[in-house]
Design a protein around this ligand. Structure first.
Ligand code: GLY
Length: 353
């Protein structure tokens, strides 16, 4: 078992990483919620079919009254109406403030169930059980929970740390290859922004089996980096922004593809490469970095270049008539393994793109 502790004062929690951990969920959650009687387990239809029985059996064996709350799979479930349906369901279940919510699924389930846990009864205990690579290395750690509004993604949300994160690498075996590679873009991001040795370790592996052979180390390293960032800047006012490397331009590609053509991982992969090239143009990033990054991503079959209209770039950086003079903070690499914030006028950035 690999264990990491997110040492936020008064809200410390562990991330546990072990193959087969799903079937130990009950005892692991019991250890952090000794008084809880009921556990609302939020999942989606795909994950329910694959993993809910193992988790529910384990929870019931540990003495929890567990009930499943299943939402349709996909981003369309991250809505205020789905959130309200969970609130009502939790009340009908008889959840009390000493009980808890477990999020069993990917980022959508984690964000939705997390925000439901943060807001029901002014906050009940949350356990994250992420089942995608993307949610294991990113959204299940650090406490960002949210739903989407018609005005945009993640606009209603909170910082609400879980009490425990249970990560079972075996669940990654049922992801299809594009979903797995989606997560790999974020994995490579950690090497870029924090750890050049980890980048080299990843760059030497070009297939899913090779990566899965070392998956515990990969999950541990990513979560260790995220843990260090989050404990220094929980509320995302400084250091935590480095986690957005590749995401500003990635957002432009997501907009350009209307959120259907390119997955988040594909957009982030191309966004990181674009940010690396931009960093060279701005004299921040060493010239060899874009090629190294592109080679590592291409080896995994990732896209490294996407096109985008000026309108979508402008929308992604928030450039409108009112913001024409305003600056944006871009995250650039001043070397492979280290990210720095870089202030630039939005209008100047648009000219460079
Ligand atoms: N996903 C970026 C963050 O947690 O800040």
């Amino acid at each position: 078992m690999k264990t990491l502790t997110v040492a936020l004062p008064g809200r410390e929690y562990d991330i546990l990483i072990e193959r087969g951990l799903l079937s130990q969920a009950g005892e692991r959650i019991r250890a952090v919620l000794p008084k809880a009687q009921k556990l609302a387990v939020v999942t989606d239809r795909n994950v329910e079919f694959l993993y809910s029985s193992a988790v529910l059996d384990s929870l019931r064996a540990a003495g929890f009254e567990a009930r499943l709350f299943t939402v349709p799979a996909g981003e369309k479930s991250k809505t205020p109406s789905q959130l309200a349906a969970l609130w009502e369901g939790f009340m009908e279940f008889g959840l009390t403030r000493t009980d808890g919510v477990a999020a069993l699924g990917g980022g959508v389930v984690g964000d939705l169930a997390g925000f439901a846990a943060a807001t029901i009864l002014r906050g009940v205990a949350l356990v994250q059980i992420p089942t995608t690579l993307l949610s294991q290395v990113d959204s299940s750690v650090g406490g960002k929970v949210a739903v989407d509004l018609e005005h945009g993604k993640n606009l209603a949300g909170a910082f609400y740390q879980p009490r425990l994160v249970l990560m079972d690498p075996d669940v990654l075996n049922t992801l299809d290859l594009p979903q797995f590679m989606d997560g790999m873009a974020e994995v490579i991001k950690y090497g870029c922004i924090w750890d050049a040795d980890f980048f080299d370790f990843l760059a030497a592996r070009s297939s899913r089996p090779e990566l899965m052979a070392d998956i515990e180390h990969i999950l541990y390293t990513c979560c260790d980096i995220k843990r260090q960032v989050v404990t220094q800047d929980e509320l995302d006012t400084g250091l935590r922004m480095i986690l957005n490397f590749g995401h500003t331009l990635g957002h432009a590609y997501e907009l350009a593809g209307r959120y259907v053509e390119w997955s988040h991982g594909e957009a982030v992969a191309a966004g990181m490469c674009a940010a690396a090239r931009l960093g060279v143009t701005l004299g921040v990033t060493p010239p060899e970095v874009p090629q190294k990054l592109e080679e590592a991503l291409e080896a995994l079959g990732q896209v490294t270049r996407l096109s985008c209209s000026m309108e979508d770039y402008a929308a992604a950086i928030g450039l409108d008539k009112k913001g024409a003079g305003a600056d944006i903070t871009l995250i650039l690499l001043n070397r492979l393994g280290h990210a720095v914030p870089h202030q630039i006028a939005k209008a100047d950035l648009l000219k460079l793109l």
